[in-house]
Each structure stands twice: as structure tokens, then as C-alpha cells.
Design a protein around this ligand. Sequence first.
Ligand code: M6R
Length: 614
Amino acid sequence: MCGIVGYVGKRNAVPVLMDGLRRLEYRGYDSAGVALVRDGQIALRKTVGKLDGLQESLLAAPLSGTPGIGHTRWATHGAPSEANAHPHLDRSGRIAVVHNGIIENYQALRAELEAKGCTFRSETDTEVVPHLIAAALEAGAADFGEAARRALGRLRGSYALAVLFLDEPDALYAARLGSPLILGHADGEQFIASDVPAILGRAAEVTYLEDGELARLTRTGAAVCTLETGAPVSRAPSRVDLEAEAASKAGFDKYMLKEIHEQPRVLRGLLQKYVVEPETVALPDLGPAEPLLKSVDRITVVSCGTAFHAGMVGKLLIEHFSSVSVEAELASEFRYRAPKLAGVPLVMAISQSGETADTLASVRLAKAEGRPILSICNVAGSTLVRESDGVLFTAAGPEIGVASTKAYTAQLMCLALLAIHTARLRGEMSKEQAGVFLEELQAIPNAVHYVLARQEQVRRVAMKHHSGPSALYLGRYFNYPTALEGALKNKEISYQHAEGYAAGEMKHGPIALVDEYLPVVCVCTKTESEVYEKTLSNVKEVQARNGRIIALATDGDSALADIAEDVLFVPPTLEAFSPIVNAVALQLLAYYAAQARGLDIDKPRNLAKSVTVE
Ligand code: M6R
């Protein structure tokens, strides 16, 4: 996944593009580049590595000009190199293109263009685009917009594109098919971006480009048409409602740490938003899913990565509180097998970004079979939200750190509310019971606050255990997904191999790994079920093999304090809601392990914030 920006207005485009790219760098950061019109030419600057490299190059040899386009890349076709970095030019150097997505038929197009004499400078799929547009102009396209439409009509795959023409230096073009793209509008200035944070504070209004649309932006506005016929599209822009502050680090060292600390506020906000009376949840945007929740026997949940772990907790919550049977599926698997949806009247998708390719493909598959989609999503204008029949917004604000934190706990909170709401709708939970559960839920933000207040202790534990090659994470029932999520957090930002496992399964294999060097993170918070005793037995099995136990335990649990090398205490909560609190402790553990290893926490290697390619 890559980040795209574009600017047309009176100002020098470079600072505007660089600022936008900086805010999109979470989408990819193996190379970056800008192109702008200057002195009757397209000036290009590209560097390998993070944006700082491009910034340094621009400081050493300044560029200025307008309009301009910029790109931060996460390599798909062709290694990270200057040649493969965007923007890409046609052979005359008069057309520049930046792209996010994958052009599946680029090899055939490239062969065709090479046969006509085009020389390619990169290994990318993107480079076919400027050449195709140039060919369309040579073939007599009436104007630049028509040339772009003709060229894009030849592409298979997905794209968000911004195009700059030297011969139309007062305009920029933007097109979208399957990858997100927005247009920002301000007085005398227009912007293109992959995501709203890139234009926060610059544009008061935004237009979400839809699939199959092309926009022409000039200083005074944007005209949108369909890619297929060129027919004008009229859509009123929306107000940008995110505060610029929400996309800043607000004094924290890293976005991830800031986002970890935002969790009590986000969770409290969700409770305020969705709990309308002490015993009543109201979820106003569920749409047709709401009546279905009364009658369905089964729900299938599709999601990826951290959102998949939320799906696993969601399954346990809904099954715990109601009679609905729920399957949590990895979207990347679901879409390629032959899922049987005959007895599944409702499909739920969970995604922070709402742009994850596998999740969207699974949703489309389910929609093609006539299933309504209920999505749990953090981004209001995202593709997922727009393609869903009902939505539960996680309202966590922009999440910039690549490792998901506040979006995850917000998903868990929404799922807890949805589970209670579902049980109430079905008459399977009394009003009084709902009141009791909601009171427990109301205590969760404070419990998270308490975990954060003890971050120094978590840091000390992380400092002791970060240097080994591997770690094991164990948990049961509601906290089996917590173990998976803790391990995922650890490996993605600290690069320490970590495996999450169901504690009861340890004796069927992973126990062979346990020795006096292996850190074993045991999620063993007190529960009202027998799970606590069972997990405690597993912890003792690790102890008997001299494993280095880091226990996540409930305040005052002296049994674990005696067994474990280190204990991270969390406040008591209802077992069903404990994954929210426990996740925060494990986020901090991963954060400080990565910090101790001196790594780039907000932008871990090889990752992208939302994976808009397969
Ligand atoms: O935007 P989404 O929630 O759909 O993203 C899904 C995963 O790509 C994401 O959760 C990923 O696993 C994160 N890096 C985890 O921290």
C-alpha cells in the first residue's frame, strides 16, 4: 500500500506535498518522490528509504513549483529503488503519475508498449500508465481527461492515481478503482490524498472519490466524471470533521504510545455514544442488521490481522450473551475457499481502515450471495462503510501507528455492546442483567487507565525480556485471542519472534520450546469460570520446565506472584471484558520491547497500515 498526494493552487507545492506525505507515511515508506511543474518542465525528485531522505535531498537542492504530486511507496512490483519510486513519467517527460494499487495486466500492456518503441525505466506495474496516456494522446484523444479515461480503461486490477500533465499546468487529475482516494477543497486550492489526515488543517471540505470515477482539479474546484463514459458526476462535498490535533503526536514520542494512551478516552466515548440509559444500548447505524439480529442463528465475521483477533473475541462475546452461533474467519482465507453461506443470514466485517483488500473481497463475495453486511469500522468514508448495509463506528479517531492499538480495543468495546444489544433484542437478557453488564463495561476505561499508570513497571519487564530470539504467549477462552494479539504486537514492532497459543494446547507441542531462556507471557487474570484454575495449571507446567514466566494477573493474586518471574497486575474485570484491559498491558510490553531494541516503532519494516493489495 502506498500514499498519494496532489496539490493545485498558488503556493509552492513542495511543502504541502511533503507535509501530506509525512502524514501518509504510515501507508508505506520504502521510497518516496514528488513531481511538479517548474520553468516549463516536470521536475522530479525521488529517494530510497523513508521520507526523511527525500526531505534531506530537498533541503540540499531545493525545488519549487506548482502544481505537484507526491508518493510514499510500499513496494509490490520491483524492489525499493530510485528507479522504481514514484512518480513515473512517460517517455517525453510531460506526464507524471503516482499510483496506489496493483495493475494485474501490466506485463501484457508493457510488452505491447515496448513493441511500439516505449522504453521502460522501472520494473513497476505503474509505469505503463503514463505511457498508455501518452499513447492515447498520440492516438487523437480530444483532451487530457479523455486520454486518461482511454488509458485507464485498459487497466485490470486496482488503482488510485494522480496525474500531472506538463501541457495542462493549471490542473491535476485523480482516478480511483478499488483503492481509496479523496479530494480536499479549500479557497483557491485543491488537494488529492489517499486519506483524510493528509489534508487535515488545509481543506475544510472533502469529496470521497468513488470507484470508476475521474476528477479534474483546478484552483477553483474539482469536476468529477465517470471513467467509463465521461458523464459528469455531481456529489456534494462533506465537511472534514477530524481535528488536526487528532493526527499529531500530542507530545508523545511515538504515535503508537499516544494511541495506547488515548484508549480510556476512546472507550469512554463509545460508552457515552452507544449506552443511552444505564440498561440500554442503542446502535443507530445498524440498518437492516438490527432486525436480523433478533432472528439469526448464525453470523460469519470476516477480518484480518488484529481485526481478526477482535472477530475471535466478538464470537465469544456474542455466543456468551446470546444463542447466536458465530464463526470468525480470516478474510484472506474466506475469499479463496468455497464458503457456505446458506444458513448464514448476516455477515459482519471488522476493519480499522475499511480498505483492507481481503476484507473487502470477502464482503463483496457475501454481498454477491445476497447477504447483508454489518461492518465495524473506524473510518467513516471508507470503502467498507460505503459498501455495508449497517455500520458500528469505532470512533477511535485516526490511528497512525502501523500497529493497531486503540482501534482494537474500540472494536472489542463495540463488540461487547453489540453482544449485549443482540441478547436484549432476542429477549435472551433481561433489562436488569443488561444493566449489570453495562455497569461492568463502564468500569473498563478506568481499568485501562490504571494499566497505563503502571507503564513504567511494564517497561522494566520488557527491558529484561526483549533480547531473546523468541517468546511464547498463552491464554484461554476470552484471552486466547489476547495471547494471539499480544504475540502479533510483539513480533510486528519488536521483531522478536512470538507465538500466541491456546494455553491448553501447549502440552500438545509448544511445551517442547520451554527452557530456562524462553519468556512465556501467561494471560492468567482471575475469572468467574474454571478457566483461571486451568490456566494456572498451564503456568505451573511452564514453571516446572524453568520457563521465564511473565504473568498477566489480577490485582492481589498472590498465587501467580509466587510462580512467575515477573507479574503485570491489572484490575479485576468481568472475564468477558478482560481482553480489553489485558490487550493494553501487552501493547505496552511490545512497545517497550521495540523501544529497547531501538526500532522504528511507528513504521515497522515491511508493514503497511492498511493492506489494500492481496
Ligand atoms: O485496517 P484493518 O483493520 O482491516 O487492518 C487489518 C490488519 O492489516 C491490521 O490489523 C494489521 O494486522 C495491524 N498491523 C496489526 O497491528
